[in-house]
Design a protein around this ligand. Structure first.
Ligand SMILES: NC(=O)c1ccc[n+]([C@@H]2O[C@H](COP(=O)([O-])OP(=O)(O)OC[C@H]3O[C@@H](n4cnc5c(N)ncnc54)[C@H](O)[C@@H]3O)[C@@H](O)[C@H]2O)c1
Length: 256
């Protein structure tokens, strides 16, 4: 029996990095995957590439191009998902501009209001909109699992990405209130990755990997599949008594 047999999973940011790894893994575990992404970061339909890869491997997936910062586009994405697969069981709120956007790399006093709003929109509003439209569908399906994506930045201060850090802190708090509100039928948890080898931080790793790993007890950065496997655990019934949990997946970095 596969761990997500007959489940429908909406995975945001499924075109790249952690979201791509989770989309492939969830599909291999039997899920029908709704890959949600757009062209605003990488300039091409990376989500379509993931959906095609899943189908080439014999799995089921659709790509729904959506700017997750826009309420109406998210509403349309959820309608499309339900039209295609009839239900939603899992929502992995994973997408973010994060460090792939120069807007993220500023301190508070250097952040224009517009940039602040963009970072909050891409990291926090996106979760608000996806949850607002997916939760009723998950309730209709009898329950499910929502996985939010925070960051080590939400747990320890990392100077120089101030709006992003605030947004990710918001994701942690939002997770707790969502877990209370949607219990007992829907579980809500948050993964806080440390440094993960994805396109988002390619440039940073080229410059800083040796320095970064000095502060990571496991002495390396993560591969995206290592985060995806934790998301799979949270999505599946194996985590049936886990809700409201904030889970660092950072090689021990935030224990220092
Ligand atoms: N890579 C890391 O080191 C790291 C560390 C901590 C937290 N995270 C978090 O993990 C998550 C995944 O990051 P990743 O490293 O896989 O990044 P990534 O850039 O490889 O993938 C993110 C995907 O999200 C999509 N996306 C971003 N904004 C979007 C929007 N408004 N609408 C639709 N799609 C959108 C991008 O197009 C991209 O395909 C993010 O929430 C990120 O903040 C990553």
């Amino acid at each position: 029996m596969m761990r997500l047999q007959d489940k429908v999973a909406v995975i945001t940011g499924g075109g790249s990095g952690i979201g791509r790894a989770a989309s492939l893994l969830f599909a291999a575990e039997g899920a029908r995957v709704v890959v949600v992404d757009y062209q605003g970061v990488y300039g091409r339909a990376v989500g379509q590439e993931t959906a095609d890869e899943i189908k080439n491997q014999g799995g089921e997936a659709i790509y729904v191009e959506t700017d997750l910062g826009v309420d109406e586009q998210v509403a349309a994405m959820v309608r499309r998902a339900v039209e295609e697969y009839g239900r939603i069981d899992v929502l992995f709120n994973n997408a973010s501009h994060g460090y792939s956007s120069p807007l993220t790399m500023t301190t508070l006093l250097d952040t224009p209001e517009h940039d602040w709003n963009e970072v909050i929109k891409n990291n926090l509003n996106s979760i608000f909109f996806c949850t607002k439209y997916c939760q009723p569908e998950m309730a209709k399906a009898g329950g499910g699992s929502i996985i939010n994506t925070g960051s080590s930045n939400a747990l320890v201060a990392v100077p120089g990405a101030d709006a992003y850090t605030a947004a990710k802190g918001g994701v942690v708090s939002l997770t707790r209130i969502m877990a209370m509100t949607y219990a007992p039928d829907i579980r809500v948890n948050c993964i806080c990755p440390g440094a993960v080898r994805t396109p988002m931080i390619t440039t940073m790793l080229e410059m800083l990997e040796d320095y970064l790993i000095q502060n990571i007890p496991l002495q390396r950065v993560a591969e995206p599949e290592e985060i995806a496997r934790v998301a799979l655990f949270l999505a599946s019934d194996e985590s049936s008594y886990v809700t409201g949990a904030i889970i660092p997946v950072d090689g021990g970095w935030t224990t220092l």
